[in-house]
Ligand binder design. Structure first.
Ligand SMILES: *[C@@H]1O[C@H](CO)[C@@H](O)[C@H](O)[C@H]1NC(C)=O
Ligand SMILES: *[C@@H]1O[C@H](CO)[C@@H](O)[C@H](O)[C@H]1NC(C)=O
Ligand SMILES: *[C@@H]1O[C@H](CO)[C@@H](O)[C@H](O)[C@H]1NC(C)=O
Ligand SMILES: *[C@@H]1O[C@H](CO)[C@@H](O)[C@H](O)[C@H]1NC(C)=O
Length: 463
């Protein structure tokens, strides 16, 4: 790193520090919306035109202690702290995972095929259901991060850092896997982002295994250190980039209801298996799939490729939040319940401009779904159907369809009185108050209204 870039980084870090200090010194505002904000930078990754960086960063910066996370936002920035557009640096994916590391031992290196060294570093899985790398996702996953809204209404939160979950002599840490592709000057930008093997000029994958001729594109062709084809004579600087991530959280307290994280995959080919007299599902998720061009099929007039799977949801609860993840070409995903009703759907937002967060042709956000808590339930063992649509005007390799869900254990007593209210965190508080009302009579109604209003104001000011 040059002295000047060091200086720029230093300035950026100081600015971030200032922001943090500033926020905590504005105790009024912090108290009022009750939410702490932590802004962090990943270690630098270095890219030049065509190059690929795919790395795991261990022990990344994170709020300390037992906390309840309300949102997690991320984006790629340069040394000056400016947002970097997707047509320059395509954020293929980013995933934040939790792990427990044996105290005093350097972490075992993660490897897709070998997994973790279980004795020194234990991954804290989400609630499923695929297994493998998808089970490590706590926060993520793709380039659409700038306009994807995470909103977890009160009293629900993602719980992190609970000391009772940590095995003795271990400590909780977080890691980041970030895969980015520099497409400045690329001969075929979309092809580079899809990891089309011909553009990367590779015949062997990262593990030195031959890439079969029918494997046209996917992560095996764009691993760390590979290079996508750049136009002849294109000049572009080598530069340091960072994932800047913002965590909004509060300290844990007993009134918070934790949510479980599930990640469903449209490529899941699961099988029922009998195990100790119980039927269990064995999942096999390939993550990537191929969308054939509709030119090949006369039947498909509107050129929409629909992939559909059914699977069994392992445990029941209230759906609190849902969002899908698709690649360019995606036109939406939906989750249906056993009776065919739509539980949740999520549609891509395509950019139409030049500025970061609205880059033309890219998915810059996915619409997220947060029903009024308690209004949408998934039952234990329910057969759910997942659907992923892609436009197949042209053939596309390495696309995916993931669905990220936050599910809370069912609330003991759903309250039908509130069904007409709007879906903010205020309702949950009111549910409790109204529950009390039923017991203590109408005198509490005034108090409830006041809490409702204050609560409402709080939520609006915070977001
Ligand atoms: C592709 O790879 C081969 C062998 O690794 C190399 O000889 C060739 O120059 C590469 N082609 C391009 C266009 O980079
Ligand atoms: C990733 O690739 C870069 C550039 O080729 C190289 O310097 C770095 O050591 C690689 N890192 C890993 C973890 O393979
Ligand atoms: C499975 O069911 C059979 C017959 O009902 C019973 O005899 C056996 O003990 C059960 N095994 C287990 C592991 O529960
Ligand atoms: C997916 O495509 C099918 C067929 O065109 C359509 O009926 C369905 O509504 C679409 N679903 C979503 C979530 O886009």
């Amino acid at each position: 790193m040059s002295p000047s870039s060091n200086y720029q980084l230093f300035s950026l870090v100081s600015i971030l520090l200032l922001i943090t200090v500033d926020q905590s010194s504005q105790s009024q505002a912090t108290q009022e919306n009750g939410v702490k904000v932590g802004v962090f930078l990943s270690p630098a990754f270095v890219l030049e035109p065509g190059s690929v960086s795919n790395k795991f960063y261990y022990n990344i910066g994170f709020p300390k202690g037992h906390i309840a996370i309300k949102s997690f936002d991320a984006e790629v920035v340069d040394e000056a702290g400016n947002s970097v557009p997707l047509y320059e640096t395509y954020l293929h994916h980013w995933v934040v995972s939790r792990y427990f590391n044996r105290k005093g031992v350097e972490v075992a290196k993660y490897h897709y095929d070998l997994g973790y060294d279980q004795s020194d570093s234990i991954i804290k899985s989400n609630s499923g259901i695929c297994g493998g790398v998808l089970n490590t996702v706590y926060f993520g996953v793709g380039p659409e991060t700038r306009k994807t809204i995470i909103y977890i209404p009160d009293p629900y939160r993602i719980e992190v850092g609970n000391p009772v979950e940590v095995p003795p002599r271990y400590e909780e840490k977080r890691m980041l896997n970030l895969h980015a592709i520099d497409t400045r000057g690329a001969e075929d930008r979309l092809g580079c982002t899809e990891c089309r093997c011909d553009l990367y000029n590779v015949t062997k994958d990262e593990n030195n295994r031959d890439i079969e001729p029918d494997y046209i594109g996917g992560s095996r062709c764009c691993y760390n250190g590979t290079r996508c084809k750049v136009k002849d004579g294109f000049q572009g600087s080598k530069r340091n980039l960072y994932l800047k991530y913002t965590v909004k959280y509060i300290d844990w307290d007993a009134s918070i209801v934790p949510v479980n994280i599930y990640l469903l995959d449209i490529t899941d080919t699961w099988k029922k298996q009998e195990k100790s007299n119980a039927t269990v599902a064995r999942h096999h998720c390939k993550i990537k799939y191929l969308v054939e061009s509709c030119a090949a099929s006369v039947a498909n007039v509107d050129c929409t490729h629909t992939k559909k799977i059914s699977t069994i949801f392992p445990s029941g609860g209230d759906l609190i939040y849902g969002v899908a993840h698709q690649h360019i070409g995606g036109t939406g995903m939906a989750l249906h319940g056993e009776e065919g009703h739509v539980i949740c759907s999520s549609l891509p937002i395509y950019g139409k401009g030049k500025e970061p967060g609205y880059e033309a042709g890219y998915i810059v956000g996915m619409s997220s779904f947060y029903p009024r808590p308690g209004s949408i339930k998934i039952s234990e063992g329910e057969t759910i159907t997942l659907l992923s649509n892609y436009s197949n005007d042209q053939r596309q390799t390495g696309v995916l369809g993931l669905f990220y869900l936050l599910v809370a254990e069912p609330s003991p007593k759903p309250n039908s009185i509130l069904h007409s209210a709007d879906g903010t965190g205020a309702i949950v508080i009111m549910q409790n108050v109204i529950g009390a009302l039923e017991v203590f009579g109408i005198a509490l109604l005034v108090g409830a209204a006041v809490i409702y209003q204050r609560r409402n104001k709080r939520d609006q000011e915070g977001y």
